[in-house]
Design a protein around this ligand. Structure first.
Ligand SMILES: [Zn+2]
Length: 133
């Protein structure tokens, strides 16, 4: 049983922010920023690629609700909402979850940087991807 399934089963304690019959939102133990939350389905899916579409949709809906609670609590300036898929992307627990990370400023603990490639051939890339439809 994975660590999140153990949290769902209440075998491991957590700080719950939201719970219903199918979903759970808890504080991330790492607290990259104050209020950093995890939203997850109670049913185990390895990641968003294998979960039914409505499961990810519900997680995002819960994240939206939580963002309003966080806004009233800590007044962050923005949010990052992300789900890591695969170890190369930083996924450490292979149970679908979304991170809702309130943002306070550029030095608040989360470094997320997009390094643009030099002169990408967008047509070639789009053609390559679209060949796999
Ligand atoms: Zn699990």
């Amino acid at each position: 049983m994975c660590i999140f399934c153990k949290i769902v089963a209440k075998e491991i304690p957590s700080h719950v922010l939201y719970e219903d019959e199918g979903y759970l939102a808890i504080l991330d133990i790492s607290q990259v920023t104050k209020g950093h939350a995890l939203i997850l389905p109670k049913t185990h899916y390895d990641d968003f690629r294998v979960a039914p579409d409505d499961v990810s949709g519900k997680c995002i809906s819960i994240a939206k609700r939580l963002s309003f609670q966080l806004e009233q609590t800590y007044a962050p300036l923005g949010y990052n909402l992300l789900s890591n898929c695969g170890e190369a992307a930083g996924q450490s627990v292979h149970h679908l979850h979304f991170h809702l990370i309130p943002r306070y400023d550029e030095t608040d603990g989360l470094v997320l940087k997009f390094n643009a490639a030099d002169h990408p051939d967008l047509k070639k890339i789009a053609d390559e991807i679209n060949q796999k439809k």
